[in-house]
Design a protein around this ligand. Structure first.
Ligand SMILES: Cc1ncc(C[n+]2csc(CCOP(=O)(O)OP(=O)(O)O)c2C)c(N)n1
Ligand SMILES: [Mg+2]
Length: 527
């Protein structure tokens, strides 16, 4: 078996079905081998978006997502995605075709193979000889908690060498089901608490432990807050849900937390925190993995291990007390879930767009958000009922993630409605991916909150009485750009028009871009 085909068959055997990437001379052997092995190669028009789509595929499937680029410029273009998978804790294998290993190779496009040293879980340089041992090792490192990117280079002269037919390794995942240490103390702390509250972080979806979490939360009958990526761990329309923590407008969460006598932090990772910890009560940390304790979370006691196992065990506790739902209500900050500004005065508010979408979508629809004011609004306002239906980057918070996350979600769940809510700045950053949407014919609805500005930065300039330098870009016609790529594009500026556009888009076979011309004044209350 030649090495390239061994590589592709290994990935298929591991459960990988597709690769995202952009080709180059150094990677064509691998693209061909992938095709031979029945793996789909999804062309994106920037390597970063290939990486973003790969990392979200990893999050949604539990099997590392795969991107493939060429050496040199292909390798550097995935920098944002390697960093994103690292900080958002998503399992990814980033492959780069590499220069031949032999002596006296020219330096054209050559970069050090350890390019991503500190932000990759590991860097691996493959050879035909080491391939059978290195591939399972790379796979294991990408999924071990915290999941992340493994950067793998594959020298082109190795790709057609023979690999001794040892057979593909057995990949039955060995999940550590042993009872983690420190559970007894955790149990006592919960049983001694009269008013515990729970905060659900990204460690829950990253370990796909939402069901176990919901049983645990039900057993405690405690109020629950989440984080941007933790959203979906608990239904946000439950009366015990109190809001999203460590982001803007989290006064309700703080008020409930400070009236509690124990905070149970589940899968909480300070990579998601926009500000330092300010809560007073003692904290019981239930953490995935066995890494160092998070320095930004003042823990009284830590239990770490397989989070699903921990939660299942602790769901058996007899809670010492709990909150009445009526006791939670007075803590709710008036205006935190601000009403939609009406569209009657002619200006369409971003709130009205969010509500129109919410009215139109099924509960299991998947919504992705990009980064900017529209994300802050969506985090506060979007009702999330089902696990893994609200996808975002909150560890690195990188613009440009919303659209490739939607591509990943649609490919993993073709039967579900998938909507990306993005800003016009994020749209422009990787507008070339409209070609990907058009070519693949994916039925994704892209709602672009169009305000001709990098508004979440502009609002900070305005609040400091600075002129908005570098944050305005008037005159960009988003829907027209989409149409030029062959994507159906509509521009809407009224409530009625957005409702109709959403309804039509959900019926359409193929992608739609809805350019919602909004009045960003509606963002004032969100940040
Ligand atoms: C790659 C990247 N560059 C810069 C930033 C800083 N940043 C955060 S939000 C934002 C503005 C986003 O503008 P837009 O997409 O139009 O969203 P809006 O705030 O207008 O809703 C910027 C520049 C970032 N998060 N990511
Ligand atoms: Mg904008």
């Amino acid at each position: 078996l030649r090495a390239a085909l061994y590589w592709a068959e290994f990935l298929r055997n591991a459960g990988v079905t597709r690769l995202f990437g952009h080709p180059g001379t150094e990677s064509i052997e691998l693209i061909h081998a992938a095709h031979e092995a029945g793996l789909e190669f999804v062309l994106t028009h920037h390597e970063a978006t290939a990486g973003f789509a790969a990392s979200m595929t990893g999050r949604l499937t539990g099997i590392p997502g795969v991107c493939l680029t060429t050496a040199g410029p292909g390798a550097t273009n995935i920098a944002s995605a390697v960093a994103q998978a690292h900080l958002d804790r998503m399992p990814m294998l980033a492959f780069t075709g590499d220069h031949p290993m032999g002596p006296a190779q020219p330096l054209h496009q050559r970069l050090p193979p350890d390019l991503y040293g500190p932000i990759a879980r590991a860097t691996v340089r493959l050879s035909a000889e080491t391939l059978p041992a290195e591939m399972p090792r790379a796979l294991a490192m990408a999924v071990r908690y915290p999941p992340g990117p493994v950067y793998v280079t594959f020298p082109s002269d190795q790709m057609s060498l023979e690999v001794a037919p040892t057979g593909l390794p057995d990949l039955a995942t060995t999940i550590d089901e042993e009872a983690p240490a420190g559970l007894e103390i955790a149990r006592q702390m919960i049983e001694a608490a009269a008013r515990p509250m729970i905060i659900a972080g990204l460690g829950i979806p990253a370990a796909r432990a939402e069901d176990a979490f919901r049983r645990f939360a039900a057993a405690l009958r405690a109020p629950v807050a989440d984080t941007p990526q933790g959203r979906g761990s608990f239904p946000t329309d439950d009366p015990r849900y109190v809001g999203t923590f460590a982001t803007h407008r989290d006064a309700t969460v703080a008020s409930v937390a400070n009236a509690s006598d124990l905070i149970v932090a589940v899968g909480l990772d300070s990579v998601e925190f926009l500000k330092p910890w300010q809560l007073q009560p003692p904290v019981l940390v239930l953490a995935s993995g066995s890494g160092a304790p998070d320095p930004a979370i003042p823990a009284k006691h830590v239990v770490s291990g397989a989070i699903g196992v921990i939660l299942t065990d602790l769901a058996q506790v007899q809670p010492g007390g709990n909150w009445d739902v009526e006791e939670i209500e007075p803590h709710k900050e008036p205006g935190a879930f601000q009403p939609a500004a009406s569209a009657e005065d002619g200006a369409l508010s971003p709130q009205a767009v969010v509500d129109a979408l919410s009215d139109a979508l099924a509960p299991e629809a998947i919504v992705t958000v990009d980064v900017g004011s529209h994300k802050l609004l969506m985090v506060q306002r979007w009702t999330v009922r089902e696990p893994a239906t609200f996808l975002n980057s909150s560890g690195i918070s990188s613009m440009g993630t919303g659209l490739p996350f939607a591509v990943a979600a649609k490919l993993v769940h073709p039967e579900r409605q998938v909507v990306a809510v993005i800003g016009d700045g994020g749209f422009l950053m990787y507008a070339g991916e409209m070609a990907t949407l058009a070519r693949m014919g994916l039925s994704i609805v892209v709602v672009v909150m169009s305000d001709s500005a990098l508004y979440s930065i502009k609002i900070k300039q305005l609040r400091r009485s600075y002129p908005p330098i570098g944050t305005d870009f008037p005159g960009v016609r988003v829907a027209a750009i989409a149409r030029a790529f062959g994507v159906h594009g509509e521009e809407v500026g009224t409530l009625d028009a957005i409702r109709h556009a959403i309804a039509r888009a959900l019926e359409r076979d193929g992608p739609t871009v809805i350019e919602a011309s909004i009045d960003p004044a509606g963002y004032e209350l969100t940040q």
